[in-house]
Design a binder for this molecule. Structure first.
Ligand SMILES: [Zn+2]
Length: 502
């Protein structure tokens, strides 16, 4: 029987993880990786907890799932009434967190549905999990709120470890375990701080016990152990409260946590806190987004000026993106604009008056080539993720991407985030993927791990997902020459594995 353990260390930066591993501080993890490998994966956008779990657990991107962010507004039904319309506004950061499963598009299937013998530990995405297969649901809510205020995150990880080690003793074929402490400590103390190091060392001990247990049951070779993360982090030196910015321009603005404003002319939904979606005239229901040309009009936000042009000149803004009435996605920063379009199955990037994605000129590439060529650039895989955002009817009219060092939420964040994530920058989008079985060194998307895990478990991969079967995990000892074969081929194209496992 094959088993798969997906261990998600929330907010773990790949460079920090790598340094701790290579300096010998994670000996148990090193033992697990001895016949396996390590690579990078680009996470989903926005690079923030829960939304960025969807690719691992559904094989679909947030836009495809119709969960464009951790906060959103349903522009087709919101009418500006405080109580009656509260369900048309969402924040998964509070009491609405359990609504996430029901908000995911109905035809998207989670790995918990596809693999009935599965378990989720501390998972915010639980579609398909019965209460007994989601044993820490209550604890997660209690620990989560306590830890957030008390800056006391290790007990959450300890609870996850206990449940994980209990699950190993059982017969679950797929186990997902989320370790929240690294992200919690990173927000306060930084990604490479002693408290993060200590959390990683505790995790290492858990992995050691997991390995030992599988070994004693004779299941280690038949187990795929993946250690991954959902986003990185970077230091925040300046908070620009984006809702306050709109108010300062004279725009009545709706934003969490007080989700009511009389006749709002903008709604600002912040994620992580390095990016935000802006909805123009949110209390005037309409099915479609407004294009950038309309957003620029003085009457749109009612201030007598073009607010988009003003916003892109803010130092905190890396760039903004919106649909264009002449087609494609318009991307603009303080020094100019470019357009993303699709032509003959390729994503085309054409600078118009500037190069906001910092690519050095015009580009045309398939989705996979975008990943391979830009995974280590200023905005890794940005074209793929910007297009994904505008797939969701729930996403805002204007997407605002924060520059490194800034975030968009000042007033109501407690405790203050000294480090953050949520943007499209490299420090937020790159994540580690460590495997006990050999893995190609080519960069992946986190969404590609979904078909990889199903392939390992011999479960058919659903049609229409965004993850591609670029990696079909196979046992270390089955390679023709140990340590060589898979990792020397950067682009093994194994399509739709559909149950076949070597
Ligand atoms: Zn976080």
């Amino acid at each position: 029987m094959t088993r798969c353990f997906l261990l998600l260390v929330d907010g773990l930066r790949p460079d920090v993880a790598e340094t701790r591993l290579l300096s010998g501080h994670l000996p148990n993890i090193a033992a697990v990786l001895r016949h396996g490998g390590r690579t990078h994966a680009i996470t989903a956008f926005p690079s923030t907890t829960s939304v960025a779990y969807l690719p691992f657990l559904t094989g679909c991107t947030p836009g495809h799932c119709d969960i464009p962010s951790i906060r959103w507004l349903d522009r087709s039904s919101y009418r500006g009434r405080w109580w009656r319309d509260r369900h048309a506004i969402r924040s998964y950061c509070g009491y609405q967190a359990p609504m996430l499963d029901g908000d995911i598009r109905a035809d998207v299937r989670s790995i918990f549905e596809l693999v009935p013998e599965s378990m989720g530990i501390f998972t915010p995405v639980a579609r398909g999990l019965t209460p007994e297969r989601d044993p820490s649901r209550r604890e997660r809510q209690v620990w989560g709120s306590l830890a957030h205020v008390a800056m006391w995150h290790q007990p959450s990880d300890e609870a996850v470890s206990r449940h994980l080690l209990r699950a190993v003793e059982g017969s679950s074929r797929f186990v997902f375990a989320q370790f929240p402490a690294v992200d919690g400590y990173t927000h306060q103390s930084g990604a490479d701080s002693p408290v993060v190091h200590r959390a990683l060392e505790r995790l290492d001990q858990t992995v050691g016990r997991l390995r030992q247990c599988l070994l004693s049951r004779g299941q280690l070779d038949d187990s795929l152990i993946l250690l991954v993360s959902d986003h990185g982090a970077s230091r925040v030196h300046t908070h620009l409260d984006l809702a306050e910015w709109f108010r300062a321009q004279g725009v009545p603005t709706l934003a969490h946590p007080i989700v009511w404003e009389r006749s709002p002319r903008a709604a600002v939904m912040v994620a992580g806190n390095g990016s935000a979606m802006v909805y123009a005239r949110p209390a005037e229901p309409r099915p479609e987004r407004w294009p950038v040309e309309r957003l620029r009009r003085a009457e749109t936000f009612g201030t007598g000026q073009d607010l988009v042009s003003l916003l892109v000149r803010e130092p905190s803004v890396a760039f903004v993106a919106a649909e264009s009435e002449t087609g494609g996605i318009w991307i603009e920063n303080g020094s100019g604009a470019a357009r993303l379009t699709i032509r003959a199955g390729r994503i085309v990037y054409r600078p118009v008056t500037g190069d906001p994605l910092l690519l050095g000129g015009a580009w045309s590439a398939t989705e996979r080539e975008w990943l391979e060529k830009t995974w280590n650039s200023a905005y890794p895989d940005a074209a793929f993720h910007l297009r994904d955002q505008f797939r969701s009817p729930r996403s805002g009219d204007l997407l605002v991407i924060g520059r490194e060092g800034y975030d968009f939420r000042g007033r109501f964040e407690f405790p203050e985030h000294r480090w953050g994530h949520g943007s499209l920058i490299r420090a937020h989008m790159q994540t580690p993927v460590w495997s006990n079985q050999p893995i190609p060194q080519a960069p992946l998307r986190t969404v590609d791990l979904f078909p990889a895990m199903l392939g390992w478990l011999g479960v058919e991969v659903p049609e229409g997902i965004d993850g591609e079967s670029v990696w079909l995990p196979s046992r270390a000892e089955q390679l023709p020459k140990p340590g060589r074969a898979i990792s020397s081929d950067p682009h093994p194209r194994v399509r739709r594995s559909a149950g076949a496992r070597p």
